[in-house]
Structures are given as structure tokens and as C-alpha cells.
Design a protein around this ligand. Structure first.
Ligand code: T1G
Ligand code: NAD
Length: 653
């Protein structure tokens, strides 16, 4: 039974029990309708408490049902039935009260929650809008501007914020059911509350802020359809009587449900959850993780150390000398300062995290750490040296991981006494923010070691994707391929800013040339130079980037790269344009105009071809893994699902 009813003294308790997240499936909806009939008929029950088993109250409609035709009873009808009951319904909430789960709670007359509960309407993240009254009931309960933010951002709020907004009546700091029972009894003895759909919407206190918020939503959405539709639905909820607004909301929801963008976003939702599920690791126990070592406190090392600290793991950072050690410590402190300013941690927490960080210039301090992540310069020899040195100091069962972007992890592992304990953990910059980690699995890696790499990623709240060993693993290898294709297009007829504009119009946050200027052109130049001797002379090679670097144009850090950066402005560079035209002429290439559509198509087909090679070679296991990497690590527009999803669903773009 996914919904059960019990009577406790003068109260009825309706419990949803549909693991893993009590999704409002057809069975749950039918069960709720039956529970309403039963509790309304139960004369001894003065009020009803609605709660859920397991780790969370309902976290939404069952997204898996969205690819099938809708089944009765529909959630809006169930919620209206709850709203129309004679007896007060008190929602006792815990975990993640999201989407349809929050809409059910809004159908109840009262709400109480544990302090750790989060509340949200994340439908826009699935290319949808709330489809069971969320856009209509919420602005009838809380400030419309707050409702607009919740519905259009999809971001959850805390219980404390929910209480301050009036979304919930109380927070239970101990026994949730006891608190709910007390609220239910007082509700039963009080004048019935007016159902939200029979109330007027709350007034907009600041019309200017309201209009500005709506404009901001449309700008930020770039190519995604749902956020703008969500904003319009909340506006309609203010302008129309509730019943009309509910009908309009449902129509918009059903339209978006068949929008290819929603199919893409639902696909990526499930692909992210299956990426870290490896059959061979099903029953594999990861090593315990109580302490982490990080070698190198630069851009990545500091971010990785901060991510571990923020996840509650003590960290020992080892740098090559005192100056670098101090600089590394300062970088970590700056990240924690910023987290405190953003309200993610408070002063006490920051002090506790700072106390959990130790920094050193020797590896002796790492003898007791469980897992060490190396993030020193991208140099094979240096990394091998560091691993050999670490080998002498660390415990036999400690794990060694490299954050290398491209290098051969198997070759690094072979330099150590126990290659089976070496993996790659490829984080993305900034490492304390970016959700993606590529878990690089060399041939000899022990399964328990690989399982521990995934366990650490989960603990850091990351999305972990398995990858085999090759030059650049999944993401950087695909990026190298489409960056090459973009340089070909620049030599053939486009200009760097044409390519970037086409990528931005397609939905990328920035184009490939802007991105290179941000990362710095010198890193890849060093790599190209190191590979010059072994480069295949038959393969086409574009010299433009080398000539930029020879001229000292390393990107934003030198104020000049593919673009010029002056006075905070980014402008296409005449110098670069002249160089491009000269290079085409030098190679006797007759430049021809390349349309935006062709630019995007050439980038996509290059990505898809490289992705197919990765699958054929077994470097990547599933097309979904590749899409998860490109969406979470390379700015591929989420509402397009990824290059492999697009290959099979060309209608999305
Ligand atoms: N439907 C179906 N399956 C779901 C699900 C859902 N809503 N949410 C989670 N799962 C599965 C998930 O695939 C995984 O399965 C398992 O549950 C655990 O999830 C009408 C239209 C709740 C914060 O968008 O954000 O309501 O891989 O690994 O990290 O207006 O899941 O084990 O087989 O993510 O602890 C709106 C989506 C729906 C919330 C828990 N709701 N879920 O995170 O576990 S649309 C959402 C989450 C809607 C109405 C509309 C998270 C979580 P498996 P997990 P977690
Ligand atoms: P960085 O130059 O910012 O930092 C490297 C740090 O390593 C420096 O602080 C240096 O002092 C330290 N170091 C060098 N030799 C050392 C030694 N023997 N012992 C201890 N510390 C030593 O470089 P980064 O950008 O942080 O890159 C580090 C690694 O992460 C590289 O392999 C890089 O390819 C990879 N990576 C970088 C990015 C990125 O976007 N920057 C993203 C993913 C992976």
C-alpha cells in the first residue's frame, strides 16, 4: 500500500509510503483520494495529518510517468479534493518537499516541518512549470515576488525561510508528529481556514521590482522555454480568478510536457543519476574516508581542498615551498570567506573548517590520510615524481588520485609500487562549485578504490562519470576536437567572434574562443609545443593560436587574446582579424562565409563523431554519460540534452 490511513485517538494519519522519494505516482494519487473519502467518513477523526515514510515527503510527481499518457486521478483533482475536505489537513513535512509534493502541501490547510526540510518548485529544471496549482496557490499564501522567484528559478528554500515567508505554520525541532498533532487539534477547534484557491492573490508590494524580476528571468533563460512560461503563469495567477488561472496553468504544463526541451531535461535528470551506477561496483564497499590530502594549492588544489572541507572532511594541503603553501592557504581562506558572504556557512562553521585544514611543505604529514588528490602542474615527469615520493610516506591502503586534465593515469600509476590504488579524479574549475567529476579508471585499478572515488564524489555533492584512460578522457577530448573544428572554420571563412556568437545563440554560456581567453592560451600552447615533434604531419594544423601566443596574447590575464580586454570591455580584435585573413591567404584558402547554422552543425557533428569514438573505444560507457559531461562541464545547453541526445532527437534545437 503506497498510502495508508490510521486513526490515533481523535486524529487520522495518512501516510505516503512510495520509496525512494514518495513520488506522486498514479497509485499514490489514487491512494490519497481513497484516504480522503475514508477520513471524511471517520466521525472520530477531528483532523487529518498527512505525512510520508522514508527520507523525504513527496519530492514531486513521478517524472517517469511523463513519457506515458496521463492517468487518472490527476494531481490537480486530488489536491482540490484535499482542499475541499471538511476537516483540516495538516501536512507534516520532512526532507525535500518539491514540485507536486509542495503543491499537495499547499492543498492542505496547515503545514509544519522539521528544520532541515527544503521547499521548492523545481519543475523549470525539467522544462516544465508546476502543473497542480503551484503557480496559483503559492502567490495566494506568500509574497508574489518570492513566489515568482521560487517558480522561475526552481531553487529550494530552507524551512526557516519558509516560516518567515508564511509558507509553513511552524518548525518542529524535535518530534514532527507531536508538533503536527498539536497543530491539527488546534485547527480542529478553530474557524476553518479559507482554501488558497478561494483567496485573492497577495498584492505586489513593489511593481518596479516585479517587472524587473520578470525581465531578468527572460534574459537569464537564454534559450530555455520554461522559465518565461513560469513567469507568465504566476502573472496570470495574479490577474485571473484562481479557477481560471488553474486551468491555464494546467494547459501550459501539458504543452511544455510535450516540448522537446522538457524531454531533454528529463533525460539529463535521469542520466545524471545513472552515470555513477556501475554494475561491477554494485556490492563493492568503498574505503572509509575520514581525511583527505591535496598536493598543490593552486587554482584546482585550493578548490578541491575547499570542497572537501565544506563536505565535512579534514584536509592536509601539501605545497612545494613555504611561499606556495601560504598562497594555497590564502586561496582556500578566500573561498571560505566567499561561502560565508553568500550565506552558505556562518562564522562558527568557517572557523571549524579552517581548524580542519592543515598545510605543509612535506609529505610526512600525509602518512595517515585515506585519500590523496594530486593537483600539481600538468607535467608528466613532475606528477610521476610526486606519486613516487607519496608512495614512500602513505599508508598501504591509502588511495592516490590525480586531477590531471589530459595525462595518462596508467603511466603515472605504473611509476608507483601499488598501481591498483591509483585513479584519476578530474574536477572542473572552480572545483568547489562545478558539479562534475570524471572518475578516471586505469586498467589495474582495484574496484574498491574506484568505488571510493565515486563515494568521495557523492560526499562532495558532485555528479561523477566514469571514464577510461585516453588523452583528455571524455570532456577534454571532445573539447579538443570541436575547438580544432572551430579553428578550421576561422581559417575557412568565419571570425572567432562569429563562432562565439553562434555558440551563444545556440545556448552555450560562452563561445570556445572566449572560453580559451578565460582559461589562458599559454597552458595549451605549452602542450602543443610538447606534442609538435609527434604531431601527424598529414593532419590539418591551424597556426593562428600559436601566433597569438608568440605575440604574448595569452587571453584575459594579458589583456589580449582572441579578443582585446580593456576598460572592463571585451572587443573583437582588429589585430587578430588581420592575422586570420593573412593566415588564410598564406595557406591559399579562399575564405567563404559560414552561416551560424553551419557553425553549430559542424561543432555538433564533431562532438558526436568524437563521442562515438569514445564509446567504440570503451572510454565512455553510455551516450548519457557523455551528455552529462558536456552539460555539466562544458556549458552545453541543458535543455538540449547533450550532443548524443541531440543526435537522436534533432527536433530539440
Ligand atoms: N520522479 C521519479 N523518480 C524520481 C523523482 C521523481 N520526481 N525524484 C527522484 N527520483 C528517483 C531518482 O531517479 C533516483 O532513482 C531516486 O529517486 C533517488 O533520487 C505536477 C510537474 C528528491 C532531492 O524535480 O531533486 O512535480 O537512480 O538519486 O540525491 O507540478 O531526487 O535510484 O533509480 O536524486 O537524495 C518535481 C526531483 C517533479 C525533484 C533526492 N520534482 N528529485 O535527491 O536522490 S515535476 C523534482 C530530486 C512535478 C508537478 C510537477 C532529488 C531529491 P534511482 P536521487 P537524492
Ligand atoms: P596551478 O598552476 O594553479 O597550481 C599548481 C600548484 O602545484 C602550484 O601551486 C604549485 O606550487 C604546486 N606544485 C608544483 N609542484 C609541486 C610539488 N612538487 N609539490 C607540491 N605542490 C607542487 O595549476 P592548476 O590549474 O591548479 O592545475 C593543477 C592540475 O589540475 C593540472 O594537472 C591541471 O591540468 C589540472 N586541471 C586544471 C584545471 C583548470 O581549469 N585550471 C581543470 C582541471 C584540471
Amino acid at each position: 500500500m503506497v498510502v495508508r490511513v490510521e486513526t490515533k485517538d481523535d486524529l487520522a494519519v495518512v501516510t505516503i509510503d512510495n520509496p525512494p522519494v514518495n513520488a506522486a505516482s498514479q497509485a499514490v494519487r489514487a491512494g490519497l483520494l481513497a484516504a480522503i473519502a475514508e477520513t471524511e467518513a471517520n466521525t472520530s477523526a477531528k483532523a487529518v495529518i498527512l505525512c510520508a515514510e522514508g527520507r523525504t515527503f513527496t519530492a514531486g510527481a513521478d517524472v517517469r510517468e511523463f513519457d506515458k499518457s496521463p492517468m487518472e486521478p490527476h494531481l490537480p483533482d486530488v489536491i482540490q479534493a484535499i482542499e475541499d475536505t471538511i476537516k483540516p489537513w495538516v501536512a507534516a513535512l520532512h526532507g525535500s518537499v518539491l514540485g507536486g509534493g509542495l503543491e499537495i502541501a499547499l492543498g492542505c490547510s496547515h503545514r509544519v516541518a522539521l528544520r532541515s526540510t527544503r521547499f521548492g518548485l523545481p519543475e523549470v529544471t525539467l522544462g516544465l512549470i508546476p502543473g497542480a496549482g503551484g503557480t496559483v496557490r503559492l502567490p495566494r499564501l506568500i509574497d508574489p515576488l518570492e513566489a515568482l522567484n521560487m517558480v522561475t528559478s526552481g531553487k529550494p528554500i530552507s524551512a526557516t525561510t519558509a516560516l518567515n515567508l508564511g509558507l509553513i505554520d511552524d518548525i518542529a525541532d524535535g518530534d514532527l508528529m507531536a508538533c503536527a498533532s498539536a497543530l491539527a487539534r488546534s485547527a480542529a477547534n478553530a474557524r476553518p481556514r479559507t482554501a488558497l484557491r478561494h483567496r485573492n492573490a497577495k498584492p505586489v508590494m513593489d511593481p518596479t521590482a516585479w517587472e524587473a524580476a520578470k525581465t531578468g528571468i527572460i534574459t537569464k533563460a537564454r534559450g530555455a522555454h520554461a522559465p518565461a512560461a513560469a513567469a507568465r503563469a504566476v502573472q496570470a495567477a495574479l490577474d485571473l480568478p484562481a479557477d481560471q488561472a488553474l486551468i491555464q496553468e494546467r494547459e501550459t504544463f501539458l504543452t511544455l510536457k510535450s516540448d522537446p526541451q522538457s524531454a531533454a531535461l528529463r533525460y539529463i535528470f535521469f542520466a545524471e543519476r545513472s552515470a555513477s551506477k556501475l554494475s561491477e561496483l554494485k556490492d563493492m564497499e568503498p574505503h572509509p574516508l575520514t581525511s583527505i590530502g591535496v598536493i598543490g594549492g593552486g587554482t584546482m588544489g585550493a578548490g578541491i581542498a575547499a570542497a572537501c572541507l565544506l563536505a565535512g572532511l579534514p584536509v592536509t594541503l601539501a605545497e612545494r615551498d613555504e611561499a606556495a603553501r601560504a598562497a594555497g592557504q590564502d586561496r582556500i581562506t578566500a573561498i571560505l570567506d566567499n561561502s560565508r558572504k553568500r550565506g552558505l556557512i556562518d562564522q562558527d562553521k568557517q572557523e571549524a573548517l579552517t581548524a580542519a585544514l592543515s598545510t605543509t611543505t612535506t609529505f610526512e604529514a600525509l602518512t595517515e590520510t585515506d585519500l590523496i588528490i594530486e593537483a600539481v602542474f600538468e607535467d608528466m615527469e613532475l606528477k610521476a615524481q610526486v606519486f613516487q615520493e607519496l608512495d614512500k610516506h602513505i599508508r598501504r591502503d591509502a588511495i592516490l588520485a590525480s586531477n590531471t586534465s589530459y595525462l595518462n593515469i596508467s603511466a603515472v600509476a605504473a611509476q608507483t609500487r601499488h598501481p591498483e590504488r591509483v585513479i584519476g579524479l578530474h574536477f572542473f574549475s572552480p572545483a568547489h562549485i562545478m558539479k562534475l567529476v570524471e572518475v578516471i579508471i586505469p586498467d589495474n585499478a582495484a574496484s574498491s578504490v574506484v568505488a571510493t572515488g565515486f563515494a568521495l564524489s557523492r560526499k562532495l555533492g558532485k555528479i561523477a562519470v566514469p571514464a577510461g584512460v585516453c588523452d583528455g578522457f571524455i570532456g577534454n577530448r571532445i573539447m579538443s576536437a570541436y575547438r580544432r573544428e572551430c579553428e578550421y572554420m576561422v581559417e575557412d571563412g568565419a571570425l572567432p567572434w562569429d563562432v562565439d556568437q553562434a555558440m551563444r545563440d545556440f545556448g552555450f554560456p560562452m563561445g570556445v574562443f572566449e572560453m580559451q581567453d578565460l582559461a589562458g592560451l599559454d597552458i595549451r600552447w605549452a602542450k602543443r609545443k610538447s606534442q609538435a615533434a609527434t604531431r601527424d604531419p598529414a593532419q590539418r594544423y591551424v597556426h593562428i593560436a600559436d601566433k597569438l601566443c608568440e605575440a604574448g596574447r595569452f587571453g584575459r590575464k594579458t589583456g589580449q587574446g582572441w579578443y582585446d580586454y580593456a576598460g572592463g570591455k571585451t572587443t573583437p580584435s582588429q589585430w587578430v582579424e588581420n592575422l586570420v585573413l593573412a593566415e588564410s591567404a598564406r595557406k591559399k584558402i579562399a575564405r567563404t562565409p559560414i552561416s551560424d547554422a553551419e557553425i553549430v552543425q559542424r561543432i555538433l557533428s564533431t562532438m558526436q563523431a568524437e563521442a562515438q569514438a569514445l564509446l567504440t573505444e570503451g572510454i565512455a560507457r553510455r551516450p548519457g554519460d557523455i551528455d552529462v559531461v558536456m552539460v555539466n562541464g562544458y556549458g552545453f545547453p541543458r535543455w538540449c540534452g547533450g550532443p548524443m541526445f541531440l543526435k537522436n532527437h534533432p527536433s530539440v534545437d
